[in-house]
Design a protein around this ligand. Structure first.
Ligand code: ATP
Ligand code: MG
Length: 254
């Protein structure tokens, strides 16, 4: 029997890992997705495995930006579908954002498994499934360059959780406002996005859903102020400082 209480962040992290491994066994997650999870876990550990104040600032700005958007789209990959399908669908409904499946390592079987999971969790319209509607985004080599004409291609705001840097750069070049969830404040995605939520998506998404309810009552002027007051570079620096402080505290204990 483990001596660590169930509520301990370490135990929660192991449960998140299990979701990913189950997702891999069920054909949702690519092998590379497991590696991305590993990289994320390392940063989560260094961040203290909880949603800090910097993440909360970014979440508030992200929600305000989503409420202001004319056509927001949330991009879904295997890891997201395995980790938090119910919550991502809830957030998309609350913010009137479309959902689009977009895979780095594309494979029809895996794509269908992801769509099935989203539908089983209440998703209605899932874009990225009709090849007649696909169009290429310039600046990316991988399958991810193929996007939906009525989805990411036409969006003004795109949420790309757990994303690769090349695509984030391409989306910015295409004039999109990019919001991401990324535990590594130093990744290219983190550094390129307009709003980076440095937190585990499985925690941040719940905070986002409750923040979205609160901000839905605000007028556009107040929402714009929240977005304008947020500085992504400064927030990322604060996250790095948080890691540094955690490390020095740990070093003193050791
Ligand atoms: P980049 O291409 O942006 O420089 P990278 O090559 O280091 O990043 P990728 O595998 O392309 O990494 O992207 C996955 C990112 O998702 C990583 O930065 C990883 O830390 C992050 N990540 C993994 N799991 C989670 C999670 N559960 N919540 C939030 N972020 C996560
Ligand atoms: Mg990458």
């Amino acid at each position: 029997m483990s001596l660590i209480p169930k509520s301990h962040p370490r135990v929660k992290s192991l449960l998140i890992r299990k979701k990913l491994v189950d997702g891999f066994d069920n054909g949702l997650v690519a092998k590379e997705g497991l590696l991305a999870q590993g990289r994320g876990e390392a940063f989560d550990y260094l961040l203290g495995e909880k949603t800090g104040k910097n993440a909360k600032f970014a979440i508030r700005a992200a929600v305000a930006q989503l409420h202001l958007a004319k056509m927001p789209v949330i991009s879904i990959n295997g890891n997201v579908a395995a980790l938090c399908p119910k919550q991502i669908i809830k957030l998309s409904k609350q913010t009137k954002a479309k959902l689009e499946v977009n895979l780095f390592y594309t494979n029809e079987k895996r794509k269908n498994a992801i769509i099935k999971t989203l539908k089983n969790n209440g998703g209605k319209e899932i874009l990225g499934t009709n090849s007649k509607n696909s169009i290429k985004l310039s600046g990316i080599d991988s399958a991810r360059r193929i996007v939906d004409k009525d989805g990411i291609f036409a969006a003004d705001v795109v949420v790309v959780p757990l994303e690769d840097g090349d695509r984030t750069i391409a989306l910015r070049k295409a004039g999109k406002i990019v919001i991401t969830f990324d535990l590594n404040p130093l990744s290219r995605t983190s550094q390129t996005a307009n709003i980076t939520i440095v937190d585990n998506i499985t925690r941040a998404i719940d905070v986002m859903i409750s923040e979205s309810k609160k901000l839905s009552k605000k007028n556009p002027k107040s929402l714009k102020k929240i977005v304008n007051d947020f500085n992504n570079k400064k927030n990322l620096t604060e996250n790095v400082i948080q890691i540094k402080n955690n490390l020095s505290r740990r070093a003193k204990i050791a």
